[in-house]
Design a protein around this ligand. Sequence first.
Ligand SMILES: Cc1ncc(COP(=O)(O)O)c(C=O)c1O
Length: 394
Amino acid sequence: MNQPTLDIEALRADTPATAALLHANNAGSSLQPRPVTETVLNYLALEQRRGGYEAAIERQAERAAVYDDVAHLIGAQPHQIAISDSATRAWNLAFAAVPFQPGDRILTSTSEYASNYIAFLQLQERVPVTVTPVPNDETGQLSVRALANLLDDRVRLVAVTHIPTNGGLVNPAAAIGEVVADSPALFLLDACQSVGQMPIDVRELKVDLLTTTGRKYLRGPRGTGLLYVGDIALETLKPPVSDLFGAQWTARDSYTLRADARRFELYESNIAATLGLGAAARYATEVGLRASWSRIRSLAGRLREALTAEPGITVVDQGQVQAGIVTFTVHGWQPPALVEQLRSRNINIWHSTVESTRIDMEERGLQSVVRASVHYFNTEQEVDRLVEAIGSAR
Ligand SMILES: Cc1ncc(COP(=O)(O)O)c(C=O)c1O
């Protein structure tokens, strides 16, 4: 099959900031393409002209289409999608809905994001459950064999981060889904760094629940996120709290939950941002996830290779499949100082500390790493400039 190609010039023209800015912080927050920003601004202008409720009525069809577009992006159906204001909110809503019983077990990844792990600890204050990070295999990704050995009937939830915040690693989500599907556990995938970066199909991954954010590789507005709830989970999971949108107050002493995943939403939301999220999902689909993924990996590979060749720089990425996040340490530099130094030269990168992924960082003896995360709109020249800038900063 032919390798899909992208029109990088056109994509950069859609991303005006690229003219002056080398943006390699897409794992933090990417640059919005023009159609996303325009969608948000146009809706805000409509609210200003018409009033909030009236604008919402006028754009009802567009708002409904967001669920189609987002669902299409991840191989889901519109009734399985809830929109939230962040990945963490979406993840917590799903997690809080799982009916944990004393003695239940949670299996997770060593590179689980801090906010997810804090939720495990908070649950443990209320319900005696055990939390076990599944060991990694020799490549550094979650060991599916170890997971299979740990699974038993008491495991209520397998919660795994697909692409960790602190490295290029892609955990083997499809193989994990395959193993979990044979058990009574639910599979919750934190796909915060993978949606928009690589093709995602919830049916292939066999996830029950999936969460992501809008602002990262999806290139949507800040303050957006989404939750996918598969049909089996929809039958059983109730949101911890509902309002009159997620549930209907049917009689003095009773209420009925919505049948679809929007039972996890509230009445009030940022409609401009939601429409922007839909525009981002459409844009990602139009660009093509296969082509995006291939280019991101190629740029990240170039970056890793060049950084590895630089004296004093240690690339610390792990995994069998590596994505657009490139992490490294630079001898003599604290990561935040290097980030600051490059920002003053219009180059955006970021850093990641032990507080974000404690188990993984402690196991590898890392306190803090520099994180450069490339997107398809970056160029080979930018990658080379980035390496040169890091090299000359030392
Ligand atoms: C793997 C992972 N999960 C969750 C989050 C949280 O996303 P949000 O800030 O949208 O809640 C992040 C953010 O960096 C992340 O990298």
